[in-house]
Write a protein that binds this ligand. Structure first.
Ligand code: ZN
Length: 487
């Protein structure tokens, strides 16, 4: 199935949609503000060595000098392995010395960025450590023997002249040799470029940045199925073509600028899809719908029939709704980028044949997912449990925050509940304090209730404690918020 990739680029944000046959299947988003400097490689210049603190300040061209501790200086550690003691920083660095460094912690407030001289460059499957001749494997990959196998496979793929090492990332778990070799070649090329630039450019200079979203898309998402890549910025289009020419030449010819009148994402209905991908409810064509709830531990998907289900074709209607839901669920997991444990509650099916067919359909639909999913069959309670590898954060986590009014519960105490809470609190305070009057500051809804339906309990409390109780609307208060003031 061919796909089209749409890129909406601006200085502050890049959004990417992968569209198959007019239907959005994936959304990727990156904001300039959250990109940070971690991973950037600079040719810096030592501005001050502090032997007492075994650290140094390095000018990397930022407003504030960056900080390097001897523990992050591989030259010092390398010596300690051969001689048994680390070389003091003042023996290795001097003021004005140019130094290749990488940011390991972003600057924060008055603190400068934190640096390391141990460079690591992340690829899709591997992380390259050009100064450390060692092959590591992510602990999250399978068992010991699987890890050993991956390590020996990579060993065989490494060029003879390689002096550095690699870490095999979790994403390499099922990668064929060709993909591993391509990543090795890509990372070695990047490292050579960094070294070349460090010879040519003056210190301080930026030599390498982690790939931007558009570059990662070209490397990881676009491929044989991609028919076209459209981007609404001519400048970024040029940068993408340059990157593609160097790293993925087959794609360069597919990239073109969109400069139509209507915004690209509007034209292809992507804005609407983003909006829908944040909603709890997903409507199905057959009249049924899904309810998707994301909690910290897991995601649940509940399949429902819409309203009346005809009597005679009852089983058929349910079967059809479940089949449609299977496709919709697979797509929603991708679009929303939901990871971890996912529990699906299909509508109960009496026929084992129907159940098998729905399970098969779900697996088939999930097979198109770039991110790996594992489907277990129906549990004894009739639920389907599946896991989807966690990659980036889910769309909702990138775009939304927990609601401050309900603190993420998705529910508010009713005005009546708040009224009774207030009555109890006044009763408690009346035992401790002796004001002339209690004044209730609350939302309009709560005050209205006290003026009408709950006027009686309020008056009774006033009589019981022998105090005047007055009401005041605070329009900025949410339904749950209130204050009791002693006057
Ligand atoms: Zn809320």
């Amino acid at each position: 199935m061919t796909e089209e990739i749409l890129v909406n680029h601006s200085a502050h944000e890049t959004r990417i949609a992968v569209v198959q046959q007019g239907v959005v299947q994936e959304l990727h988003l990156e904001r300039a503000a959250s990109r940070g400097l971690v991973g950037n490689v600079y040719l810096g210049r030592v501005s001050r060595v502090l032997p007492g603190m075994q650290s140094a300040f390095i000018d990397i061209g930022l407003e504030r000098a960056a900080f390097l501790h001897v523990a992050d200086l591989w030259q010092s550690r390398a010596n300690s392995q051969s001689t048994g003691h680390a070389t003091p920083i003042e023996k290795l660095l001097f003021d004005g010395k140019p130094l290749l460094v990488q940011v390991i912690k972003d600057p924060l407030g008055t603190k400068g960025a934190r640096l390391s001289t141990q460079i690591s460059i992340a690829g899709r499957l591997l992380v390259h450590l050009p100064q450390d001749p060692h092959i590591g494997v992510s602990q999250r990959i399978g068992n010991d023997s699987e890890r050993a196998l991956l390590r020996s496979r990579l060993q065989k793929l490494m060029p003879e002249d390689e002096r550095g090492g690699f870490i095999i990332r979790t994403s390499a778990e099922d990668a064929p040799d060709a993909e591993l070799a391509a990543d090795v070649a890509y990372l070695r090329k990047r490292w050579r470029e960094i070294l070349d630039e460090s010879q040519r450019k003056p210190a301080p200079s930026l030599l390498y940045q982690e790939l931007s979203l558009t570059q990662r898309m070209l490397r990881d998402v676009a491929g044989e199925a991609t028919a076209a890549i459209q981007i609404d910025s001519a400048d970024e289009c040029q940068r993408m073509i340059e990157f593609a020419n160097t790293y993925v030449p087959g794609l360069a010819g597919l990239i073109r600028t969109y400069n139509g009148e209507r915004p690209l994402f509007e034209l292809h209905g992507v804005e609407g899809e983003i909006e829908k991908a944040l909603a709890r409810r997903v409507d199905l064509k057959s009249g049924g719908y899904l309810i998707i709830d994301q909690t910290e531990a897991l995601t649940t998907v509940d399949v429902n029939t819409g309203g009346y289900v005809g009597g005679r074709n009852f089983d058929d209607t349910i079967f059809k709704t479940n089949l449609e839901a299977a496709h919709s669920i697979a797509r929603q997991l991708r679009v929303r980028n939901l990871g971890g444990i996912i529990i699906v509650d299909f509508i109960d099916m009496t026929s084992a044949e129907h159940r098998d067919a729905v399970l098969t359909e779900l697996k088939k639909a999930l097979a198109r997912d770039r991110t790996r999913t594992t489907v277990n069959g129906f549990t004894t309670l009739g639920l389907i449990e599946l896991t989807r590898k966690r990659t980036r954060e889910s769309l909702a986590h990138v775009l939304c925050e927990s609601c401050p009014t309900c603190a993420g519960r998705g529910m508010l105490k009713t005005p009546r509940t708040v009224c009774y809470e207030i009555l109890r609190e006044i009763q408690r305070e009346a035992r401790q304090f002796d004001p002339k009057e209690f004044r209730i500051l609350a939302s309009q809804d709560v005050v209205d209730l006290f003026l009408e339906e709950e006027a009686q309990p309020l008056a009774a409390l006033g009589d019981a404690i022998g105090k005047r109780i007055s009401l005041q609307v605070e329009s900025i208060y949410s339904q749950e918020q209130y204050d009791i003031i002693l006057v």
